[in-house]
Design a binder for this molecule. Structure first.
Ligand code: ZN
Length: 167
């Protein structure tokens, strides 16, 4: 499929640039540096249980993950994590500190990094969105049986479990 320059609309060519083949525009010189998508999410623990949301839509339909989503281009990542949590499960939270950063390359929409913040609940009420099939707090021993939304969900939940075990 032909791709076109975002600056001048000319058809892009491919060329070896800075150690890999990249698309570039021979008319205006624009280079298409493909980059990872950035997402942010919240890790919310209450009375020893972990909050997860179940996806309603593909990809990863009906699997579980932390409330999270794409960071807008002008958005402070902790605010994106708080916004996505409110949208997906109805809770008003504060993203307190970065608990981990998780790479994934198993999403058909493109590869990326998820910034996962440890967060506390300030208000709101657990509720569903049009992207969410269910929201639930899980005990640590319930987590291994859950179908998870890909490698970043698995890695971030494993990290939380390891932290619980190590006190
Ligand atoms: Zn161009």
């Amino acid at each position: 499929m032909a791709h076109y320059c975002l600056i001048c609309g000319s058809q892009l060519q491919t060329k070896w640039i800075e150690n890999r083949e990249r698309e570039f525009c021979s008319v205006c010189g624009w280079i298409n540096y493909e980059q990872l998508k950035v997402s942010a999410g919240c890790r919310i623990e209450l009375e020893g249980k972990l909050l997860l949301v179940q996806r309603k839509n593909p990809p990863f339909k009906e699997t579980w993950h932390f409330p999270s989503g794409y960071v807008e281009v002008d958005e402070y990542p902790p605010h994106a994590a708080e916004r996505e949590t409110l949208e997906e499960c109805g809770l008003v939270v504060s993203a307190n500190y970065l608990a981990g950063a998780y790479f994934y390359d198993d999403d058909p929409r493109g590869s990326g990094v998820v910034l996962m913040y440890s967060a506390t609940i300030n208000g709101g009420e657990l509720s569903l969105s049009d992207e969410t099939l269910a929201v639930k707090f899980f005990m640590p021993d319930e987590l291994p049986a859950l179908p998870l939304a890909g490698m970043s969900a698995l890695a971030s939940i494993q990290d939380w479990l390891a932290e619980k075990k190590n006190g």
